[in-house]
Design a protein around this ligand. Sequence first.
Ligand code: ARG
Length: 464
Amino acid sequence: MTAQLSKKSEAWSARFNEPVSDLVKRYTASVFFDKRLAQVDIQGSLAHAEMLAHQNIISQQDHAEIQRGMAQIQEEIAAGKFEWLLDLEDVHLNIEKRLTELVGDAGKRLHTGRSRNDQVATDIRLYVRSEIDNIVGLLRDLRLALLDLAEKHADTILPGFTHMQVAQPITFGHHMLAYVEMFSRDAERMLDCRKRVNRLPLGAAALAGTTFPIDRERVARTLDFEDVCHNSLDAVSDRDFAIEFCAAAALIMTHVSRMSEELVIWMSPRVGFIDIADRFCTGSSIMPQKKNPDVPELARGKTGRVNGHLIALLTLMKGQPLAYNKDNQEDKEPLFDTVDTVVDTLRIFADMATGITVKPEAMRDAALQGYATATDLADYLVKKGLPFRDAHEAVAHAVRACVDRGCDLSDLTLEEMRVFSSLIEADIFEVLTLEGSVAARNHVGGTAPQQVRLAIARHRARLS
Ligand code: ARG
């Protein structure tokens, strides 16, 4: 019996009368993608083994053997010499099998009081936790790069748009700071999600807990978890923390995508507000004149796939009864691809931010068209005592006259302006300048260069 058991490769195969077909093996195996969890799997196993030894569930000798075997496995993996076998299904069984080859019975005792169900849930939490830390660092790098750009262009004026039509003049620094705010919230969201990721499933075993006298808090401390999961069924089955992570990741990509859209528009020769360094662009194989903003366009496109992964995980989870179901093995590829996409995108964007050349002249020219200071004229009249609605109407008449004549508000003489309101005096010309317009919005959250500089300082202080 024992001899026959050891001949079969699957850890669970003793109960079965026939082997699975090669197709089923390939269909059910996850090792070719979950081997990415090897490091965290070993980390979790070592913490579990340490606790088992401390609780006298395994001997100190076994613990030492497990440590020795795992150290060698880590070396083999690092050197690319570890042999991953499809026959062994997943990362957990591959490592356990190799451990047993290396250290014998001690390796077979590692799984005492544990199941792959709580093991994999622990692995994913360790993995997501460390990727959150990585992503928070990358969001910081990106914000620092955007702050540099904002500072350089705290005074550079461009038209602000609503409905893609010139609305009011703003500063480029202010525009960049809008994205800094978004990426700050993204970092906050990641760190908030981290609290719920950072709880230990181990000890839940297959679903109901274990009969061994385990010490879950001890394992939690070893692995730096803030707490243990307090219900074994929930611990092995829910992946809400991964869904939450993917939602936060989708929002990062959404912000990146909005920024990308603007970069693409700004770089269009029709607009010409910016140039992006050649290393982020490619040419056309047929049109020699083209320089295409491929990186922002791809980032915009990749946002779709990250959104898709979020929906995949939500859909994966929605119909599952308690507790663990094999469906959950499908959580990994969307999760891994989300991490890869967000990490690469953030790294590229932090670098690309240093390769953006702003063209202040083109921005200024655009701001001078489209009556961007019409609101300033209305505000001026209000300050002279006219109710805002009346001021709005007077300025609308003035704009219409300018449209008919094909000129700007500031091209009108004082006499011509006074036709629309006798409250207008010579000091109006200062108000109608682009510089006057942005400088006047001088309060927290406003576009004035002074506020931009204060906001940059606030962000820098927070990031230091
Ligand atoms: N590869 C599995 C997964 O990713 C590990 C857990 C398997 N548990 C089981 N009872 N078959 O979910």
